[in-house]
Structure formats: structure tokens, C-alpha cells
Design a protein. Structure first.
Length: 148
């Protein structure tokens, strides 16, 4: 569940006063990193106008597996809001806080969501290309990510 501290961090983040909280190692805290990645995956689902249920399910499944968590559905509401209202900020946070291999994994997950409904629209493909550029990944890394 959400803690008061997490809500405080998210409120600060949403008002652009701060980025998501870093833990003692200088990394995003696990829950906040999970929310940021889930928000990005949900955002790509909205690129063709509507988040399909298969896109939502696939995003939740991938995030649960990546973060080695059971059920992450309790994060969907916050991630969905961020996806619709703060996607540029989420991408900036991920770009700043993730290592290059982590960025490639996020891009892989993004392409799996794009293809999860059986097709990819021009908007979804364009969004994927934009994320690649914003994350500072090469075309070779993007090609690898889209084929994984």
C-alpha cells in the first residue's frame, strides 16, 4: 500500500519540486522506480488513443516480473495518472536515474507493450523512437530492444 512518505514524495514530484525519492544507495526507491516504469509503459498504451486491457495487463505483468514483486495492481492508479499527466517528467527521471542496461530493459518492455495488442500504430512507434532518444540509447540498442 501507499505510505504517507510515498504520497508526500509523489506530491512533490507531481508539483515539479523534486524528482522521485532516492534511497540510501542513491537509487530510486523500489516502489517509486516501479511506479515510474509502469507509468512509462502505460503511456505508450495511450499513444493510439486508448489503453487496451491487454496493454494494461502486459504492463502490470512485466513490471511485477522485472521488480520481482507479486501483485503490483495497487500502483496502477498513480502510474496511470503520471502516464497521462506527467509523462515527460517520468522519462527525464528514468533517463537520469537508470543505468544504460536498465534503460535497455525499459525500452524492451516498452516494445513488448507496443506489440501486445497485436499491432503498433504510427503514434506508438513514434513514441518508442522518442523514448529511445530521450534515454540516450543508440539505434543498435533500440533494434535489439525491439526484437527481444
Amino acid at each position: 500500500m501507499y505510505t504517507n512518505e510515498m504520497w508526500k514524495n509523489l506530491e512533490s514530484f507531481l508539483s515539479a519540486d523534486a524528482t522521485l525519492e532516492l534511497d540510501g544507495t542513491g537509487e530510486l526507491s523500489k516502489d517509486e522506480a516501479l511506479i515510474a516504469v509502469l507509468a512509462l509503459l502505460l503511456r505508450v498504451g495511450y499513444e493510439d488513443g486508448e489503453l487496451a486491457s491487454i496493454e494494461l495487463e502486459r504492463s502490470v505483468e512485466m513490471v511485477a516480473n522485472e521488480f520481482q514483486r507479486g501483485d503490483v495492481r495497487h500502483f496502477v492508479e498513480v502510474a496511470d495518472y503520471l502516464a497521462r499527466e506527467k509523462s515527460d517528467t517520468i522519462i527525464q527521471v528514468l533517463n537520469t536515474e537508470l543505468s544504460e542496461p536498465q534503460k535497455v530493459e525499459v525500452l524492451k518492455a516498452l516494445w513488448r507493450v507496443i506489440s501486445s495488442d497485436g499491432s503498433s500504430s504510427k503514434k506508438e512507434a513514434s513514441f518508442g523512437a522518442s523514448v529511445r532518444k530521450l534515454l540516450g540509447l543508440s539505434l543498435e540498442q533500440a533494434f535489439f530492444a525491439s526484437r527481444s
